[in-house]
Design a protein around this ligand. Sequence first.
Ligand code: MLT
Ligand code: MN
Ligand code: ZN
Length: 298
Amino acid sequence: MHIVVLGSGAGGGFPQWNCLCPVCQLAWAGDPRVKPRTQSSLAISSDGEKWLLLNASPDLRQQIIATRRLHPHGASRQTPIAGVFVTNGDVDHLTGLLTMREQQKFTLYGSKLTLALTGTSVFGVLNKELVRSVPVQLETPVDTGLGLSITPFAVPGKVPLWLEGAQVEIGTEDESTVGLEITEGTKRFYYIPGCAEVTPKIQERIRGADLLFFDGTTFTDDEMVKLGLSHKTAWRMGHVAMSGENGSMSRLADLGIGRRIYVHINNTNPVLIEDSPERRSVEKAGWDVAYDGMEVTL
Ligand code: MLT
Ligand code: MN
Ligand code: ZN
């Protein structure tokens, strides 16, 4: 299996257009210790020819331009991108679909709940005769026809930010936020870009996996609060922090996973600074910090 990290950043990307947090300041200043990052998406393929996107970010056009393997080739209108699998309805995971509106055939996979969001309003621009929407069931493997089988499973999450009401329940395990188990038959990897809590259920599921891409939104739970940028903790945003007793570093240690890579990294996260103590601590715990264009072959 071939995997390309198209975008390793979280919503807003890095630097974020309006942000002067300490990490974004380095990026605006062109500091070589930080690499800019686009928003959250992977491309995967079993044969290196036909590709499936895992989430479609608002930076998709830029990501395609930067990734030769995704350039159109062959007949006058043709793309190696055969489909998209969306894991939730967040802006950073869905709005790249609008980039894919130019009369192109592809398959769109997602939970019924998430796909319902693409059936309305501006997403109506996708030609329904060409874009096949396939609602997927939790815990049911989907044969993509691309030599890749994908099983979606519920992870603790919440409704998308733009659908939040006055009361928001965090940590719900339903169709609103899914993780993906992906296999070509032999190797098995997981893509979990948003997860509010690492539960024993998740630990057991991913134990012994060949590879894990996991939610790396913040380093500390109160990172954005401490910076005065938001009143929301990572938990409140539906994300588990890297550090701390219940953080992902601690909860995902010792599970015998071949390789662990953080994705969906928010611009405030100090692991984005290559020589920071926080970066060293995640590396010491055995994690890689994804960057745009990172390639992994399984
Ligand atoms: C998130 O991951 O929390 C969302 O992408 C937030 C957002 O929609 O900006
Ligand atoms: Mn996000
Ligand atoms: Zn920032």
